[in-house]
Structure formats: structure tokens, C-alpha cells
Design a binder for this molecule. Structure first.
Ligand code: ARG
Length: 462
């Protein structure tokens, strides 16, 4: 094994098992780009502050650029015995430019270094997922528009029991709303984590005359962090990112569940594209919604990422503890998982074919217009509670006779309430039901049209 960069006070070599246990290089090599950017900003600032000479800083910067090129070309050889990305890069720098490489770590610790690298990564990840959530939202709005004329009517459910008819467009817009908030959560999180820990050093700051504002600016951060202990010891930026990921994953999981259900033979509302489904190796008839199922299942994995890191952080005293090395994999995992799912859904949804006849038929079953009937009675002056009771009795009668509300006879209506005549059933259709829901945010086509337009406007803003 190599000589450790921190080896001065040690008399024996690290146990091989410890080397492997302690190392983060298998996953934190993913931060190489951020690590080198951070080092470049640091070394340029050191020179500007007169802490390093211009020649020293130039030699270091040149060496770092060379390493970055190697990393990008996949030529860099990562070594487990060098533990992490920071020491791998620094050690490669020494191989390239000699002992002056040792000046790079002036006024810096791996603690502020890793906090900086990881914030850079997480901020970019948050903004990337925000963009992808927005793209999927645009797809939802486009689908809402596409199914508005002629309107596709869908049964709306509560408790997964038929409730009231709704427009399919309204359903799409519901997910568009969730995705809009998801995007907002990522952007809010990115704003809050937009502070540079660099220059906080190990935990207490440093006596070197640094310019932390300069490095913050060079790295594209809005400002430097205000407290060095907090800067190196806090990971709530990662937790906040993972929280936004978990909520987004929950939304996608609900959507997936609906698609899985609606694409069954029994529902027959939607046909998913062949390219996004798979077959069975034994049952020739099968077309399974694997993408939707995996997306539903992967929510569990993303929740696990959040729970895992919350649990890692909860008992750690200030400031840095090695426990915090466990922060990276959950963030990488949640990011990769959602990045793929958002792209899959943006491609899959426009190719799903909705069976308007099946959804219309289903929307008319299950006494979905019972509320409309009760509303009619109430409009005639009957207290709504009484109207509810009367219609409830009529529904019970229909259930017993296995028929629908519009099959009720004049006699049956009269028996339920003396003021009732068949006229009350006229035009009691799902189309009329949907058209009547004109309250702001309701499912009436005019409302939905207005919400589609408003959603389009918001998609134009940034
Ligand atoms: N690999 C470490 C991590 O990911 C870097 C920071 C190490 N700092 C330390 N004092 N050992 O957290």
C-alpha cells in the first residue's frame, strides 16, 4: 500500500480490511469533476491572496486540469488505498508536478472540501430533476389538451369506488399540479443549499487570509456559508434533496398504480405502448406493465435513501464524523432512479392509448350521477341532507333490482318522495354531470380548458 497523506503520526500500515472499509473511492469518484473545480477555485484564490506564488498556483492549476482531462477520458486510475476522491486527486497531482502539489491543501481540510464537492453535485442534481419534472409536467398538460376535444370522460374514484365522472384531462392536470410542486421543491432546496462551505477548513475556520467570497463566486455559489461548524457538519441539504425525491417518487408511484390498474383487462381504460411493456416467458397472451410496476416499486427504494440518511445523521455530534461519508450513495441512488423514471414517463405517456368508450361506459356505472340527482332535488328547495337520503333509497332500490337510476319508474320515484316525477331524471348523463362542475378548479370542460391555458402560461415562465 501507499504512504498515506496523513501518515506522519502512524507507526504501522493500515490493515487491508480497514482500507477497504474506510474507502469511499468506489462511489465518490463520481465527485471528481466537482472536486477538481473546487481545488482550482481554491488554488487561484490562494494566489490572489498572496498565500501561494503565481508560479506555484499555475503549476498546481495546470496539473489539476491535466487530471481532469484524464478523468473525463476515463484514463484516471482510482486507488482504493488512497481512500477517497480527494486523496486520489492530490496524490496524482504530486505524481505530475512534484512536492509543490502539497501546497494545494493549505488552509483547507477534506471536511470543507467534501462538503463543497457534495453541495455542488446535489445542487446540480436538484436543478436537473427540477427540469425533468417540468418536462414531464409539460407532457401531462399536452395530454390534457389532446384528450379535451372530444372530451374523454373517466370515472372519478374515492376509496377506489366510483364517485363522480371527471374529464381525463382533469386527471392529467392533477398530476401536472403535483409535478409543479415537485419542481418547486427541488428549486427551493437548490436555493437553500447555494452556499459555499469552502474555507471553513476542518471545523473552526482558518487563520490564513482567505477570500471565501471569491471561491464561492468562482464555484457559482450565491455566497459562503456563515458558520464553519455548520458548514462541515450539516447534511440537511442532502436530506432536503432526498425529501423532494421521496415526494416525487410517491407521486410517480400513485400514477403508476393507476396506469397498472387502468391497463388491466378488467378496466381496459388504457393500452400502454408495446415498447414500454414486456411479455411472459410462459403465458403467450401477457403484456405486463413492468415500467409502471418498477416505478411504483422504486418509490420504496427512494424512501429508503431518505430514511437511511436521516438515520445516519441523527446521532452525530458536531461537526464532521466519518458517518457522514454515508451521505453520498443515497443521493446518487435517488438521483439516478428518478432521472431514469422521469425520462421513461415523459416518453411513455404520449404513446398510451386511452379507450374513450370503455372509460365513458365505466363512468356511467356505479351510480356516478347520484350526487347530481341529489343536487337537483336540493335546487328544488329540499334540504341537501334530505335529498341525500331520498337518492340513497333510490340507489338501494336500483341495486336490489340490478338497474340504473334512469330506469326508475314514475311509481318508484313517487314512492321515494311524493314530489318526484320522471322529469327529474331527464338529462341525468355523465356528460351533463361533468359539464355542470363549473366551480373554479372543477372538471367542467370550460374550467379545464382555462386551467390548461394557465398551465401553459406557467410553463413559459422560468
Ligand atoms: N471521504 C470522506 C467523506 O466522504 C471525506 C472527508 C473525510 N474527512 C475526514 N476527516 N476523514 O466524508
Amino acid at each position: 500500500t501507499v504512504k498515506k497523506l496523513w501518515g506522519g503520526r502512524f507507526a504501522e500500515a493500515t490493515d487491508a480490511l480497514v482500507d477497504r472499509f474506510n474507502a469511499s473511492i468506489t462511489f465518490d469518484q463520481r465527485l471528481a469533476e466537482q472536486d477538481i473545480r473546487g481545488s482550482l477555485a481554491h488554488v487561484r484564490m490562494l494566489a490572489a491572496q498572496g498565500i501561494l506564488s503565481t508560479q506555484e498556483a499555475e503549476a498546481i492549476a495546470e496539473g489539476l486540469e491535466g487530471i481532469l482531462a484524464d478523468v473525463r477520458a476515463g484514463r484516471f486510475e482510482w486507488r482504493v488505498d488512497l481512500e477517497d476522491v480527494h486523496m486520489n486527486v492530490e496524490s496524482a497531482l504530486r505524481d505530475r508536478i512534484g512536492p509543490v502539489a502539497g501546497k494545494l491543501h493549505t488552509a483547507r481540510s477534506r471536511n470543507d472540501q467534501v462538503a463543497t464537492d457534495f453541495r455542488l453535485f446535489t445542487k446540480e442534481a436538484a436543478l436537473h430533476l427540477a427540469d425533468l419534472a417540468r418536462e414531464l409536467r409539460a407532457v401531462m398538460v399536452a395530454e390534457a389538451e389532446r384528450h379535451l376535444e372530444p372530451p374523454v370522460i373517466l370515472p372519478g374514484y374515492t376509496h377506489l369506488q366510483v364517485a363522480q365522472p371527471i374529464l381525463l384531462s382533469h386527471w392529467f392536470l392533477a398530476y401536472a399540479e403535483m409535478l409543479e410542486r415537485d419542481e418547486g421543491r427541488f428549486r427551493d432546496a437548490a436555493r437553500r443549499m447555494d452556499e459555499s462551505p469552502l474555507g471553513s477548513a476542518a471545523l473552526a475556520g482558518t487563520g490564513w487570509p482567505l477570500d471565501r467570497h471569491a471561491t464561492a463566486q468562482a464555484l457559482g455559489f450565491a455566497r459562503p456559508t456563515r458558520n464553519s461548524l455548520d458548514a462541515v457538519g450539516s447534511r440537511d441539504f442532502a436530506l432536503e434533496f432526498l425529501s423532494a425525491c421521496a415526494i416525487l417518487a410517491a407521486h410517480i408511484s400513485r400514477l403508476s398504480e393507476e396506469l397498472i390498474l387502468y391497463s388491466t383487462f378488467e378496466f381496459g381504460f388504457v393500452t400502454l405502448p408495446d415498447a414500454f411493456t414486456t411479455g411472459s416467458s410462459i403465458m403467450p397472451q401477457k403484456k405486463n406493465p413492468d415500467v409502471a410496476e418498477l416505478a411504483r416499486g422504486k418509490a420504496g427504494r427512494v424512501f429508503g435513501d431518505l430514511m437511511g440518511l436521516l438515520t445516519v445523521v441523527k446521532g452525530t455530534p458536531l461537526a464532521y464524523n466519518k458517518d457522514l461519508q454515508e451521505d453520498k450513495e443515497p443521493v446518487f441512488d435517488a438521483f439516478d432512479t428518478l432521472e431514469t423514471i422521469l425520462r421513461l414517463y415523459a416518453a411513455m405517456l404520449p404513446r398510451a392509448r386511452w379507450n374513450a368508450q370503455a372509460t365513458l361506459h365505466a363512468a356511467g356505472r356505479g351510480f356516478s350521477t347520484a350526487t347530481d340527482l341529489a343536487d337537483r332535488l336540493a335546487q328544488g328547495g329540499m334540504p341537501f341532507r334530505e335529498a341525500h337520503e331520498v337518492v340513497g333509497k333510490l340507489v338501494a332500490l336500483c341495486v336490489a333490482q340490478d338497474k340504473n337510476l334512469w330506469d326508475l319508474t314514475a311509481e318508484e320515484l313517487h314512492m321515494a318522495h311524493s314530489g318526484l316525477s320522471p322529469q327529474i331524471l331527464e338529462g341525468l348523463t355523465v356528460e351533463a354531470s361533468v359539464a355542470s362542475r363549473t366551480s373554479y378548479g372543477g372538471t367542467a370542460p370550460l374550467q379545464v380548458r382555462a386551467q390548461i391555458e394557465a398551465a401553459r402560461e406557467r410553463l413559459k415562465e422560468d
